[in-house]
Design a protein around this ligand. Structure first.
Ligand SMILES: Nc1ncnc2c1ncn2[C@@H]1O[C@H](COP(=O)(O)OP(=O)(O)O)[C@@H](O)[C@H]1O
Ligand SMILES: [Mg+2]
Length: 451
C-alpha cells in the first residue's frame, strides 16, 4: 500500500516537473521572440502579491521587458537622428555614407545611390560587402583612430561607370549609442577632373613629341653647317638648307595650329557671327581654292543647289573649315581622285560636306579622326606636313557655330567629312540674297601657293 502511494506521489511530482519545464521552455521561446521583435513580453504569471518576493521567472521577464524598452527608445532616437541627417544630407551633390562602429551602413544619400547601383538595398549591411576595395575600409579606420581624414583620392572601380572620388571623413560624436561612434564619409566625384588631367597630360606628351622630331633634325643640320660650312660642297649646303627650311615650316604650322586651337578653346574664342548665304560663300571659296591648287587637272566639283542657305557664320573661321577639309582631300587622295563640296537643307539645318574618291578612312579610325594629333597613318601625315590638328580645329569651329561634325567612309571608296550648321531663321525671313549660279564646278588652275 505504502509503495503504491509512494509510486503515485512520484508520478504526480514527475508530471508537475514536466509541466513546469515545458512552461519554462515556452517562456524562453516567447522571450526570444519578444527580443527579436522588440515588443514587450506579456507574462502569463500573475504579479507577485504585496510583500511577497517575485519568482525568478517574473524578475527575468521584467528585466527583459526593460531592456526591450531601452533598446526601443535608443532605436527610435537613432532612427530620428538618421532621418534628420538624411533630410540634411540627402540632396547634397556629394555622396555621403554613415556607418556604425562595426561598419554597418546606416545611411547613404541619393548621390551615392546614383553612383553605386543597388546601393538602395545595402542599408544594414557591412561596408566591405558592398563597397569593394580596401580604400574605404582604410579611410574608416583612419577616421576612427585620428578623428578625421585628410582629403584623398580613391577609385571606385565597381561603380557604373567607375568613378574617381575625393574622400573626406569625420567621427560623429552623437549619438552616444552602443554602436557608436558613427563615422561620416563624404565622397566628391572628381572623375571629370581626372579625365581632363589625363587629356592634358596626353596633350603635353603629344606636343613635346611633335616638337622634338623637327627640333632635333634642325639641331643636327645646324651643327653640321656650323662645323663644316667652309669645306662643304655647295650642293650639300643647299640640300641641308632645304631640309632646315622644311622642318622650320613644320614647326611653324604646328605652332600656328596649336595657337588656333588654344584660341578656339579659350573663354573668348573671338568668333564674330554675321549673316551669310552659305551657297554663295562656298562658290567663291571653291574658286579661290581652285586657283591655289598646284595640280592642274584637279577639279573641285560643287553640289550646291541654287536656293539660299542663310546661316550665321564667322566667314574667316568657316573658310578655315573648308580649307582644312580640302587640304586633307588633296593630301590623302591620288591626283586622279575627285573632290566635291556639297550643300543641302535638312531639318532646320544646312548640311555641308567635302567628299573625295580617295582611299577612305578605316572604320575603326573614324570615331577618332577629330581628336587632337590622331592620324590614321602618322608617317604619311608628317610627310605631307600634317600636324594632326586640322580636323580637331574643324570640330571646334563648327561647335562654336552651334553645329556638329561627322565622318563617313567606305575603305577604297573615299570619304565624306560633313558638318551641320543651324539655318539662320532671321536671315531667311529677311530674304537673304539668292545666288544666281546653280550647281557646278570650279576649275582648278596652277597657282602661286600650296593649298
Ligand atoms: N580625305 C581623307 N582621306 C583619307 N584620310 C583622311 C582624310 N582626311 C583626314 N584623314 C585622316 O585623318 C587624319 C587627321 O586629319 P587632320 O586632323 O587634318 O590631320 P593631318 O592632316 O594634319 O594629319 C589624317 O592624318 C588622315 O589619316
Ligand atoms: Mg589635315
Amino acid at each position: 500500500m505504502l509503495s503504491w502511494i509512494l509510486g503515485l506521489v512520484v508520478l504526480l511530482l514527475g508530471g508537475l516537473l514536466l509541466r513546469q519545464r515545458r512552461r519554462h521552455r515556452q517562456t524562453l521561446t516567447d522571450l526570444a521572440r519578444a527580443i527579436e521583435r522588440r515588443v514587450p513580453y506579456l507574462s502569463e504569471e500573475p504579479p507577485p502579491r504585496p510583500g511577497r518576493a517575485a519568482s525568478p521567472w517574473t524578475s527575468l521577464t521584467g528585466e527583459v521587458n526593460r531592456l526591450i524598452d531601452d533598446y526601443g527608445q535608443l532605436h527610435t532616437r537613432q532612427a530620428g537622428q538618421l532621418s534628420q541627417l538624411e533630410a540634411t544630407l540627402g540632396n547634397l551633390q556629394e555622396a555621403v555614407l554613415i556607418v556604425d562602429r562595426f561598419n554597418y551602413i546606416l545611411l547613404v544619400n541619393k548621390a551615392l545611390r546614383r553612383i553605386i547601383p543597388g546601393v538602395r538595398t545595402i542599408l544594414g549591411q557591412r561596408v566591405e560587402g558592398v563597397l569593394q576595395g580596401t580604400e574605404i575600409l582604410e579611410a574608416l579606420e583612419e577616421v576612427r583612430q585620428r578623428g578625421g581624414l585628410p582629403q584623398r583620392e580613391i577609385e571606385l572601380r565597381h561603380a557604373r561607370p567607375p568613378v574617381w572620388m575625393e574622400i573626406t571623413g569625420t567621427k560623429l560624436s552623437e549619438p552616444q549609442a552602443d554602436n557608436g561612434p558613427w563615422v561620416l564619409l563624404v565622397l566628391h566625384d572628381i572623375s571629370r577632373l581626372k579625365r581632363l588631367e589625363s587629356v592634358r597630360k596626353e596633350f603635353v606628351a603629344n606636343v613635346s613629341h611633335e616638337l622634338k622630331t623637327p627640333l632635333s633634325v634642325i639641331k643636327g643640320y645646324v651643327e653640321t653647317l656650323v662645323d663644316d660650312h667652309a669645306t662643304m660642297r655647295p650642293a650639300d649646303r643647299e640640300k641641308f638648307l632645304g631640309i632646315l627650311q622644311r622642318h622650320t615650316n613644320r614647326l611653324t604650322s604646328l605652332l600656328e595650329d596649336l595657337l588656333t586651337l588654344s584660341r578656339l578653346e579659350s573663354r573668348d574664342p573671338r568668333v564674330t557671327l554675321q549673316p551669310e548665304d552659305l551657297g554663295a560663300f562656298v562658290r567663291s571659296l571653291a574658286e579661290e581654292h581652285a586657283l591655289q591648287i598646284m595640280e592642274p587637272h584637279r577639279r573641285i566639283q560643287l553640289d550646291v543647289p541654287g536656293e539660299p542657305f542663310p546661316v550665321l557664320i564667322d566667314p574667316l573661321r568657316i573658310s578655315q573649315v573648308y580649307s582644312n577639309l580640302l587640304d586633307n582631300a588633296l593630301k590623302y587622295t591620288p591626283a586622279s581622285a575627285s573632290i566635291e563640296i556639297g550643300l543641302r537643307r535638312a531639318d532646320g539645318e544646312v548640311h555641308s560636306w567635302v567628299r573625295d574618291s580617295g582611299p577612305g578612312i578605316p572604320e575603326a579610325d573614324l570615331p577618332h579622326i577629330f581628336e587632337r594629333f590622331y592620324r590614321v597613318d602618322k608617317g604619311r601625315s608628317r610627310e605631307t606636313g600634317g600636324t594632326g590638328l586640322g580636323l580637331s580645329i574643324v570640330k571646334h569651329i563648327v561647335q562654336l557655330h552651334h553645329g556638329r561634325v561627322w565622318a563617313e567612309s567606305r575603305p577604297g571608296e573615299g570619304c565624306r567629312i560633313a558638318f551641320a550648321l543651324p539655318l539662320a531663321k532671321e536671315a531667311a525671313a529677311a530674304g537673304a540674297a539668292a545666288p544666281a549660279a546653280a550647281a557646278g564646278s570650279a576649275p582648278a588652275g596652277p597657282g602661286a601657293g600650296e593649298s
